[in-house]
Design a protein around this ligand. Sequence first.
Ligand SMILES: C[S@@+](CC[C@H](N)C(=O)[O-])C[C@H]1O[C@@H](n2cnc3c(N)ncnc32)[C@H](O)[C@@H]1O
Length: 252
Amino acid sequence: MLLELLLLLLPSDPVWQSFSDWFSREGIPGAPADVLKAYSSTLTSQGTSAATAEAAVKQVQAYLTAHPREALTLHFNRIYAWTEAPFSREPSAFLKKVAATRRPGRALDIAMGQGRNSIYLAKAGWTVSGYDISDEALRQAARLAAEAGITLDTKLASHDEYDLGQAQWDLIVMSFAFTRLSDEAYMKRVHDSLKPGGVLLVEGFNGGPRPEPNMILKAFLSYHVLVFEDLPDVADWGRIKAPLLRMALEKK
Ligand SMILES: C[S@@+](CC[C@H](N)C(=O)[O-])C[C@H]1O[C@@H](n2cnc3c(N)ncnc32)[C@H](O)[C@@H]1O
C-alpha cells in the first residue's frame, strides 16, 4: 500500500508524464474536473479501456492534489502557450490611470504573467521587478521586453518564496494576481515592502458576498484609500463581465 502511494506521487510517474504532455500540447485550461473529463475522453478515443482511463484519471487527480504548485504552473504555462487564451495582452486600463498620477520609481509586479503591465510601466520610465510561477510567462515577458528595448528584473518564484524586502517599492501591482487579500501574513509583507507614500494597486475578481458590509475596505484602512471600486465590468482575464474589485492604496 505504502509503495503504491509512493509510486503515485513520483514526478516521473509515466501516468503523470503522459497527462502533463497531453495537457501542455492540447489541453483546454479550466476547472480540474473538466480537464480530467477531457483527458479521459482522449484516452478512450485512443483505444484505452474505460477502466484503465478511470484509473489513470484517479492517479492524475491524486498527483495534482499532492503537488498544487506543479499543477498551477502546468495550468498557467498552458494558458500562456495557448494563443487563443482569453486574456488581454494590453496593459490594465486601471493601472494606466493610477500610474499616470505617480512619479516613476521602483515598481513590483506580483504574479506578472507575460508582462503586459510590467512592460507598460518600464516603457513609462519605471524600474520594474516582477515574479511568477509560470516559466512560460517569464519567457514571453523577456521576449516582449527585448522587443520593446526595455529591461525587466524577473524571477521564477511563488508568493511564499519571493523576497518582497522592506520599504523598497514606490508601486506594487497585484493584477489578477492569485493572491488572497485575506492572507494577513502575506498582505503584511506587501505593506512592509512598500515605501511610505508608495501605492499598492489591486485589481481582480471580487470573491463574492461578504459576511459584513465594507469588509474589504475596512481591512485596508491603514492605507490612504485613493480608489475603491467594487463594480461589475469586463475582466482583462476571462474577458467576462464579473464583479471586479479595484483599489489604489497609498501607504501612510
Ligand atoms: C490571472 S494571471 C494574471 C497575470 C498578470 N498579473 C496579468 O494581469 O496579466 C495569474 C498569474 O498568477 C501566477 N500565479 C498563480 N499562482 C501563483 C503563486 N502561488 N505564486 C506566484 N505566481 C502565481 C500565474 O502563473 C499567472 O501568471
